[in-house]
Design a protein. Structure first.
Ligand SMILES: [Zn+2]
Length: 226
């Protein structure tokens, strides 16, 4: 299965989380029904609203860890290799967004900035928003320093635990779910794929922490073909 999909994202949106069996660049090279737009990911919480007539090469040069659109035949995406990819959509407004949240993006509440962009800039109702939390490093795999642990705990105290060694571990997927609920997204409309990039039993994903280097990244994308 080269692409993972979330049941919470309704038909009408094409979406997916790639595995390491897929070359993200090749995935959209052949498609004529969807053009992919990504921002330059810099671990912040800035947003781009894509209109569809931009040059994808200009958009990817613009710093943005959140990319959203309400245009048909436009897909928005983020790439990750342990950080949390989150896909959002609001069917009634035909709007969608892709969010990249490592620990920095998580504590800067990037996912809430994404929800706010759908609501304030693209006319969505927050109770119509669906969210899919894709493959990302799990809490037990993600040991962090006390400084990072304190910042994550300030957002969601339950997202930080202590491992057997006494070192702190951060569960960023849980933290982003907490942020989505706090923003008003109904819990029943939030799906965590519960896949860890580092300890996945089948080794389906690129993982920066497991490989100790960046060998490749997963793409998460969402868009309306028409
Ligand atoms: Zn893990």
């Amino acid at each position: 299965m080269p692409l993972l999909r979330a049941g919470v994202i309704p038909a009408g949106f094409d979406h997916g989380f790639t595995t390491r069996d897929v070359d993200p660049d090749a995935l959209f090279a052949q498609r004529t029904d969807l053009r992919l737009f990504r921002g330059l990911q810099v671990h912040r919480a800035d947003v781009i609203v894509v209109q569809g007539d931009e040059d994808p090469y200009d958009v990817v040069a613009e710093a943005a860890d959140i990319v959203c659109t309400a245009r048909a035949r436009v897909a928005v995406g983020v790439v990750t290799a342990d950080c949390v990819p989150i896909l959002l959509c609001a069917p009634a407004a035909a709007a969608c967004a892709a969010v990249h949240a490592g620990w920095r993006g998580t504590v800067q509440r990037a996912v809430q900035v994404g929800v706010a962009a759908l609501v304030k800039r693209l006319g969505a109702r927050v109770d119509d928003v669906r969210a899919a939390i894709g493959p990302a490093i799990c809490g037990p795999c993600y040991e962090v320093g006390d400084d990072v642990a304190a910042e994550v705990a300030a957002v969601d105290p339950g997202a930080v635990t202590r491992g057997p060694s006494g070192r702190a571990h951060a569960d960023l997927r849980r933290c982003n779910r907490t942020l989505l609920c706090a923003a008003g997204v109904p819990a029943a409309q939030i799906e965590d794929l519960h896949a860890c990039t580092r300890c996945d039993p089948a080794g389906r994903f690129h993982s920066y922490r497991r490989n100790r280097e960046l060998r490749g990244e997963q793409l998460a994308f969402i868009g309306r073909p028409g």
